[in-house]
Ligand binder design. Structure first.
Ligand SMILES: Cc1cc2nc3c(=O)[nH]c(=O)nc-3n(C[C@H](O)[C@H](O)[C@H](O)COP(=O)(O)OP(=O)(O)OC[C@H]3O[C@@H](n4cnc5c(N)ncnc54)[C@H](O)[C@@H]3O)c2cc1C
Length: 436
């Protein structure tokens, strides 16, 4: 026994919840599979437009990644602007980044206008550079962000870092004002409450086993959704299961690589200690493939740090995170860790989020570990696609629709190749940390 809780720190304030309904509905307008940000991002606008909506959740609301994440509202894209230009051309590359900006702003606006108590902090994010070459590419990125998207981004050298963070690990970093933080579990609880107020029916402990296509020769074609509780028919289906997709949705499962991301929370260090280490009280990241992301807890008393899991052994995995923490803040060598938890994030093979439609089912998915912004946004876009049946202006398009959503031969959802890919990333990072 280590005395370290495997529950997310966030669950202390907003634990997962169960919801039931008295009568199992035989049919509905829209079935949403999965009760995370994507699911509720879709459910709220649909119900507010007057549709009957059922959210089916295999476990509890909050069992998935939406209450396990770092709460950093990055709306990040894994592919660099240059990579996107090479693949799609400058216009489309700009459209991806513009949509990220719109999605970030929309999340903040949604939280504020709906008065969701989820510790929204528009505090900015600092990404630390471990060598001067990274600083050069940050300068190019910052210029582009400012010029093309009017996003405030500033690159600092080592001398200016102490305004933001007390560490000697970085030789500088980039600060972006448009990224902030939230309490992720409180956000999900708030979205769930709004959905219930809008009359969304939420049924937990209900696994979707299979989705069958509508009979198109019928005058009212409907999907047939088989669940662990019974059959339900629906005019539309939105899949919001993302990294937690199981064998009941083989098409999606073959297209997403589930990757473990995990976090630790320190004991209470006190506001003064946290502020002395993180004077900017910002969100933080590192310019590495497998870099850590970290932040103060919303009450400013702890530090939470996360990264990708490299070892199947939880104790070893935790050691790696603690090493990460102390490589940034050696002052924390003797502190106690209170929580160590993990969850899954979903990577499409091309590392771009998707708003895909296959056999009539809508699949917003594949946020590559940045779904705090993307999940709600693309869930909402999926809702707008459905609403376009009633009002053709409801869906204004998305840069993420119509992108080929590829799988690999012989891949069925079990990423046997992941240790290899992680190993390669680790080698790339070694070069970035040693050849200063
Ligand atoms: C440790 C960690 C740290 C992260 N940090 C950040 C961060 O700082 N910033 C950021 O932007 N993103 C972060 N992310 C990613 C972010 O949390 C996710 O991208 C986002 O929450 C995805 O939301 P979702 O609604 O699509 O999926 P989820 O919240 O995972 O919900 C999917 C739901 O589908 C349900 N489900 C699955 N199969 C079925 C079925 N057959 N029937 C019914 N229901 C089913 C699952 O039980 C689950 O509840 C992090 C993720 C993790 C794990």
């Amino acid at each position: 026994m280590t005395g370290i809780s495997a529950d997310p720190y966030w669950w202390q304030a907003a634990p997962p919840q169960d919801f039931h309904i008295e009568h199992w509905p035989e049919r509905t307008d829209v079935v949403i599979i999965g009760g995370g940000y994507t699911g509720f991002g879709a459910a709220i606008p649909l119900a507010r437009a007057g549709l009957d909506v059922v959210v089916l959740e295999r476990d509890q609301i909050g069992a998935g990644a939406s209450t396990r994440n770092g709460g950093i509202t990055s709306g990040n894209l894994r592919l660099s602007f240059d990579d996107l230009i090479k693949k799609f051309g400058a216009e489309k590359a700009t459209a991806f980044y513009q949509e990220a900006k719109a999605a970030r702003a929309d999340l903040a606006q949604f939280i504020t206008s709906e008065k969701i108590d989820c510790d929204l902090q528009q505090c900015g994010r600092m990404v630390g550079a471990l060598r001067s070459e990274s600083l050069d590419s940050m300068k190019r990125d910052a210029e582009r962000l400012t010029k093309l998207l009017d996003i405030e981004a500033t690159v600092y050298d080592r001398a200016s870092l102490p305004d933001y963070i007390d560490t000697s690990r970085y030789c500088g970093g980039m600060m972006r004002d448009d990224i902030g933080g939230i309490h992720p579990a409180k956000l999900l609880a708030g979205m769930c409450q709004i959905a219930r107020q809008a009359s969304v029916k939420i049924v937990t402990q209900t696994k979707v086993i299979a989705v069958s296509q509508p009979n198109t020769s019928s005058p009212t074609p409907e999907f047939r959704i088989e669940t662990s509780r019974g059959i339900i028919r629906a005019g539309h289906v939105i899949s919001a299961t993302n990294a937690y997709t199981d064998a009941g949705q083989p098409w999606l499962r073959r297209r997403l690589v589930p990757v473990i991301s995990e976090m630790i929370a320190t004991e209470e260090l006190g506001e003064n200690m946290v502020r002395s280490l993180m004077p900017g009280l910002n969100m933080y990241g590192e310019a590495l493939q497998l870099g850590h992301y970290y932040r103060p807890s919303p009450d400013g008393k702890r530090i939470l740090l996360g990264g990708r899991r490299m070892s199947p052994n939880p104790a070893m995995a935790r050691k790696r995170l603690v090493r990460g923490l102390t490589s940034i803040f050696p002052q924390l060598a003797d502190i106690t860790i209170t929580n160590h938890w993990f969850g899954f994030v979903a990577f499409p093979f091309d590392q771009l989020p998707k708003l895909a439609v296959h056999d009539g089912v809508i699949y917003p998915s594949g946020y590559c570990g940045s779904g705090t912004v993307w999940a709600r946004w693309l869930g909402q876009k999926a809702a707008h696609m459905v609403l376009a049946d009633l009002d053709e202006n409801a869906f204004q398009g998305s840069a993420f629709q119509g992108i080929p959503f590829r799988t690999m031969p012989f891949y069925s959802g079990d990423p046997w190749f992941l240790p290899l890919a992680m190993g390669l990333y680790a080698i790339q990072d070694k070069f970035k940390t040693t050849s200063k």
